[in-house]
Structure formats: C-alpha cells, structure tokens
Design a binder for this molecule. Structure first.
Ligand code: GLU
Length: 285
C-alpha cells in the first residue's frame, strides 16, 4: 500500500444523498486505484445541528454502498481540545482578532465596503483597541475569532505570494493544475465562535494534517474554501494535500442537491429498491 491517504468527511446534520454518495465513492475509488488508504471522519463540530441517528445512518448507508474504512472513526466533537490548541497557536501568532459585530453589523460593513465581493467580510477598517475589547468582554458580549488576512500576510511575508495548491480535479470554472491561493476571496473568515470552539475551516485542515491526508477528494462547493485552507496550512506548518474537486450533481431544475431533498436520500433510494450499483450510476460514476 502506498502512503497516500484520502477521506470522506460528512457532517451528520441530515441523511446522506446522492451528492454525498458521489463524493464518498469517488474518494473510495481513487484510494483503490492508487493503493491508498480511505478514511471516514465524522465532522460533527456543530453539535446543535448534528444528530446521532444521522451518524448511524452514515455508517449504514456507506456500508450498503460497499465502502469500508479503518476503525475507530475520528469524530471531531471528541477532539475539541485539539482545535482549541490550533486556535491558540494562531492567537499567539497575532493573526486572529475578536469580532464583536452582530450579523446585521457585518452585513452593513459588507454593504459599505468600496468594491469587495458580495458576502465577504473584508475585515475592520482598523482594529479595536484592547481596552474597548476588555470592556465588551466584561459586559459578556459575544464574539467570533476572525482570521485577519492583513496580519496573516504580514506574518507570512514573501510566502504569502507563494500560497498555492495542486488541483488534480477542477474548480467550478475549470481551474486545474497549480492554483494560486487568494485568501482575500473569502475575507476575514470566522475560525471560532463563543459557542462553537472551532469552525469548519480550522477543524478540517487540522484533521487532514493530523491524519496524514495526502489527497482530498471532495465536491466543487468546497473549492473556494481551499483558498483559506492553504493559508491555514502555511500558518500552522501543515503540509498541503493535493486536492481533487469534482463537479456537483444537480437536480432536474439544475440546482445543487441538498440535504433537505429528502426524497433523494440514500436511505429513501434503498427503501425504494434501488441497488447500490444503480446508485453508482445515478451518482454519475
Ligand atoms: N464536512 C464537510 C461537509 O460535510 C466536508 C469537508 C470536506 O470534505 O472538506 O460538507
């Protein structure tokens, strides 16, 4: 077996659908074709939205599809201290700041930004001074830890311009090969909140590094996030996996499949008599 390793990393917030089957099967097939290892990881950091019955359904559905993986499966909710340590490391580097803005204030800041992309929080015009922060903390105000792209750029120096990843699949606009990472496309993203001690971006890059994932096979919906993942890898000294983003399955209206389309869940398909082999075909494989 080669030392290459990939994973499927679903969140148990609903039943898996055909889109998940496509990602899981592509990762599994890739591993088999390359003599690589395939891992399953449960990304359940958003505890209020995750349910144990969805986790149980993930194991059941994937086994039915014919997949197997080494045990024990890593469950992110059991390792929150790991993510806190990574967050602390970033705080020590001075690349995070506390953002006390409400959702509405963030929306207003985005709307008034001169020419930033839509939905992207560009970061504060100037950082909040320490006494103001302390006053808000003492008042019990809630906050999010945001990654300051300005501080990260200062920290990395010339390395900032060398942020890149190897894309062996393709992005939504056909991007492939060596991709220059542009973290500013995502703005000052949130890496933790008061109630959820880590964000998807931090947890996924941490675990890919910890588990020695050399190849990430996942949907193109996460292509943009890679711009931030590569930056986090550089800041935290983690190696970059090769990414293989694949196109998404669309429904009849041309919309991306979503968990709320219950009829398309793997469970519903199975109960309707669809075979695992037919699911493969429906998933475009
Ligand atoms: N947990 C993420 C999701 O369910 C996927 C993470 C990844 O593949 O990078 O969308």
């Amino acid at each position: 077996m080669s030392s290459r390793r990939t994973r499927f990393a679903p969140s148990p917030t609903g039943l898996l659908h055909l889109g998940h089957a496509a990602s899981a099967l592509r990762a599994y097939d890739w591993a088999n074709q390359h003599g690589a290892q395939f891992l399953l990881r449960i990304e359940d950091i958003d505890q209020p939205r995750c349910r144990v019955e969805f986790e149980a359904a993930i194991y059941q559905d994937l086994r039915w599809l014919g997949l197997s993986w080494p045990e024990p499966v890593r469950k992110q909710s059991k390792h929150m201290a790991d993510f806190t340590a990574a967050l602390d490391h970033l705080i020590e580097q001075g690349v995070l700041y506390r953002c006390f803005l409400t959702r509405r204030e963030v929306a207003a800041a985005i709307a008034s930004a001169p020419h930033g992309p839509a939905d992207i929080y560009p970061g504060p015009a100037q950082s909040m001074n320490t006494s103001e922060q302390e006053r808000r903390l003492a008042d019990g105000k809630s906050f999010a830890w945001r990654l300051s792209l300005r501080a990260a750029k200062d920290r990395l120096g010339p390395l900032w311009d060398d942020l890149e990843w190897q894309e062996q699949g393709s992005g939504p606009n056909g991007e492939t090969g060596l991709i220059q990472s542009e973290p500013t496309r995502l703005g000052d993203v949130i890496l933790a909140r008061k109630d959820i001690a880590t964000s998807y971006h931090l947890a996924v890059t941490h675990d890919d590094a910890l588990q020695g994932i050399t190849d990430v096979v996942r949907g193109q919906d996460l292509f943009e996030s890679t711009h931030i993942h590569v930056l986090l890898q550089a800041l935290l000294g983690w190696s970059n996996p090769v990414y293989h983003h694949h196109s998404l399955l669309l429904d009849e209206q041309g919309k991306r499949l979503a968990k709320r389309d219950g009829a398309m869940s793997l469970r519903a398909l199975r109960e309707a008599g669809t075979s695992a082999e037919q699911v493969r075909k429906l998933a475009g494989l």
